[in-house]
Design a protein around this ligand. Structure first.
Ligand SMILES: N[C@@H](CCC(=O)N[C@@H](CS)C(=O)NCC(=O)O)C(=O)O
Length: 220
């Protein structure tokens, strides 16, 4: 039994990325829910700030070390537990996986709770304007992703094995759908989504199947 603890939130997409990595590698971990809304957001508590000064989820604890930022966590897990690998060995493909991860990762902060709250509460942007703004940036990143996987894709984003790129793509689709952003127009992305969602690791990591998923939306 590995000594892994994941501080996370069911519908946070960086949390979802890390959960998929843990399940792909068949690693047992202690799931510690951090509710992003209750009590002013548990990520803002003094105790949690000691775990992650950036006041964000996810954070991973392993053998006494605390790691945050999903990119760093996923790379750490891949180095500490190399089987199965999440990055191809061949350098060009490996770079392509990282490129795809970053396309998603660069857009993700725009949908962050605190960023959206700032737009509405501090800048007075209404909900429709906020959604239009978010939709613009999410679509631009999906368009770029779709174009790249035209050349790299197989069953998954890069070839026929799941790579880290898929761990970023699937949670981003889930988030987009939550904001009513239609991703079905991206045919290659949709094909890869369907393939990933058949995989046991993606099923187990799904936001609607976690211990902190509200009971009214929880799936078995
Ligand atoms: N770049 C970070 C992003 C983490 C992040 O934005 N987490 C969000 C949830 S999706 C969060 O904790 N937000 C807290 C807040 O908005 O107050 C990562 O990849 O881990």
């Amino acid at each position: 039994m590995t000594d892994l603890k994941l501080y996370n939130y069911f519908r946070s997409s960086p949390s979802y990325r890390v959960r998929i990595a843990l399940h792909i590698k068949s690693l047992e971990f202690k799931y510690i829910p951090i509710h992003l809304l209750n009590n002013g957001g548990e990520q803002n508590s003094a105790d949690y700030q000691k775990i992650n000064p950036a006041r964000e989820v996810p954070s991973l604890e392993h053998e006494g070390a605390l790691i945050s930022q999903s990119v760093a966590i996923i790379e750490y897990l891949d180095e500490a537990f190399p089987t199965p690998p999440l990055y191809p060995k061949e350098l060009h493909r490996r770079a392509r996986v990282r490129q795809l991860c970053e396309i998603i990762n660069c857009t993700h902060p725009l949908q962050n709770l605190k960023v959206l709250q700032y737009l509405e509460k501090d800048l007075g942007i209404n909900a429709d304007q906020k959604n239009k703004w978010l939709s613009e940036w999410l679509h631009r990143s999906f368009q770029a992703y779709e174009e790249i996987i035209r050349h790299t894709g197989g069953i998954f984003s890069v070839g026929d094995q799941v790579t880290a790129a898929d761990l970023f793509l699937i949670p981003q689709i889930f988030s987009a759908q939550r904001f009513n952003i239609d991703t079905t127009q991206y045919k290659l992305i949709s094909k890869i989504e369907a393939a990933c969602l058949q995989e046991e690791a993606f099923k187990q990591a799904h936001p609607l199947r976690q211990t902190d998923t509200p009971i009214d939306i929880r799936q078995n």
